[in-house]
Design a protein around this ligand. Sequence first.
Ligand code: SF4
Ligand code: SF4
Ligand code: SF4
Length: 249
Amino acid sequence: MIFIGVFKFASCDGCQLAFFDISDRLLKLDIKIEYFLEAQSENIFNKFDIAFVEGSISTPQQEEKIKEIRKKSKKLITIGACADSGGIQSIRNFMDYEDVLKHVYPSPEYIKSLEKSKPISDYVEVDFEIRGCPINKEQLYEVIISVLMNKTPSLPEYPVCLECKRKGNPCVLILGQPCLGSIIKAGCGAICPSFNRGCYGCFGPIENPNIDSLREIFEKHGYGNLFDSILTSFNAYNKTYREKYEKEN
Ligand code: SF4
Ligand code: SF4
Ligand code: SF4
């Protein structure tokens, strides 16, 4: 039997819902969920074979807590864009912190927050990332089964474009809509282009994305001014984007 903990930091709770979506299948596995505040009233904070972590680190208390969770867990797996890349709340990382506080809260003096919202991997070692905003429930199931079988989870490393072409979708980028599909990791089934909308990148970047080339295409189509803001939305503080912007500025 493996012991699981599900934890939440700065997030909307949406990724944790994937556990409910596969609960009928989870009940048949040799697992015990020891800690999951959103799902059960009795929780034990002891040792875990897997800690699933949702959310970014945004407060000093969260920084301490994630270190404690890491010490108690054999594997730590992040779930979703907030935990993997800082989430939409990390847009503030590129702004003046005091200015943001002043504009968002009527009494900013009561807010005890870190200046930046950062991914879990900025604080502790992460064994595996499940991407998306929210994550795909099938990917979550694959990861749990893989840990039970002691194998590496088989999740796509290729871009959304591949899923999109397999579905036979016309390319919305060519038809005049901003679409990040060529640099974003697959896993959603290219859902946005399937409904005639561009991909806004919620699964985060593939390895070695050709960001400059896609920016040129956006510029050629007349929406180059949107590129940076779309890229740095769901996964604003992803290490790939961060390194690139820090190098450029
Ligand atoms: S990644 Fe998206 S769905 Fe998941 S917790 Fe963050 S905001 Fe919610
Ligand atoms: S619509 Fe987007 S995801 Fe689909 S092929 Fe074109 S660029 Fe790729
Ligand atoms: S198409 Fe892009 S924005 Fe839409 S769900 Fe998939 S990864 Fe997210």
